[in-house]
Design a binder for this molecule. Structure first.
Ligand code: B12
Length: 210
């Protein structure tokens, strides 16, 4: 019986997607919770590929295979075991996207799956989304929150712009930021309402606000 989360980390790093799914199932059966699967198994596995994502060494294939393994675990295992024990609350609509200049999307997928399973309506705008588009989409959908993902430092100025577009329309929709490049920064320096340290933290923020 597998009960060590490192085996999951290793399977994802190596892109062994079927193994990763089977290991995640076994870890859950052995008592490890969904939070640990995501934050101690899946996220660190991708982050360990840091070294494969520099200008000296850029191994797209390895990263893509690991990304696929991660998403399969999210879709086939994690999503099925998320039981937030709360009524569906379609009143809360959340606009989600990776901000202009950023094409990273794996963390955003994790956020989308968690929020959807918790009963929120998530409108995913995709990657490389103009700051103004977050606001336009929020107006169109009468959204309750805007969630911005950012993993590279160069996108920080774009995150700061979103509140300005809201202000032009006299709107006060809360803006939440997350992702590797943003999670160490303060809400004030990013001109947002909240900076989430991980996907679960973002979910807990909206749950607290209800
Ligand atoms: C996978 C990856 C890629 C993949 C992306 C594949 C995909 N479809 O997403 C590919 C190969 C395409 C890629 C490309 C590039 N990458 Co890259 N990439 C990574 C890597 C290795 C892992 C990121 C990841 O998916 N992590 C796993 C997920 C689950 O974690 P996460 O995103 O942090 O999300 C978690 C939380 O942060 C949270 N979260 C995320 N967003 C949000 C939003 C909200 C609202 C909330 C509440 C929560 C939340 O939810 C998740 C679970 O808790 C990181 C290394 C690292 N340390 O992060 C580099 C990294 C982010 N990449 C980097 C770079 C430089 C690039 C490139 C510029 C490389 C290049 N030379 O072209 C390009 C970017 C192009 C662009 N314009 O965006 C740098 C960024 C450095 C910096 N500070 O600016 C890093 C840190 C690598 C490094 N060695 O320095 N990359």
């Amino acid at each position: 019986m597998i009960n060590n989360i490192d085996t999951l980390v290793q399977a994802v790093i190596e892109g062994r997607h079927r193994d990763a799914v089977a290991i995640a199932e076994q870890l859950l059966s052995s008592g490890i919770n969904v939070y640990n699967i995501v934050e101690d198994g899946l996220s660190p596995a991708l982050k360990a590929l840091d070294v494969k994502c520099t200008s000296d060494e850029f191994n797209l294939l390895e990263i893509m295979l690991a990304g696929r393994a991660m998403l399969e675990v999210m879709d086939k295992v994690v999503a099925k075991h998320l039981d937030f024990d709360q009524p569906m609350n379609q009143k809360n609509t959340i606009i989600l996207g990776s901000i202009k200049g950023d094409i990273h999307e794996l963390g955003k997928h994790v956020v989308r799956i968690l929020l959807s399973c918790a009963g929120y309506k998530v409108i995913d705008l995709g990657q490389d989304v103009e700051p103004k588009r977050f606001v336009e989409a929020a107006v169109e959908a009468k959204a309750d929150y805007i969630f911005i993902s950012g993993l590279i430092s160069v996108i920080v100025p774009h995150v700061r712009e979103v509140k300005g577009f809201l202000k032009q329309l006299n709107l006060t929709i809360p803006v939440v930021a997350g992702g590797a490049a943003l999670q160490q920064m303060t809400a004030e320096s990013l001109n947002v309402d909240y900076v989430a340290k991980d996907a679960f933290d973002g979910l807990h923020y909206v749950q607290r606000m209800r």
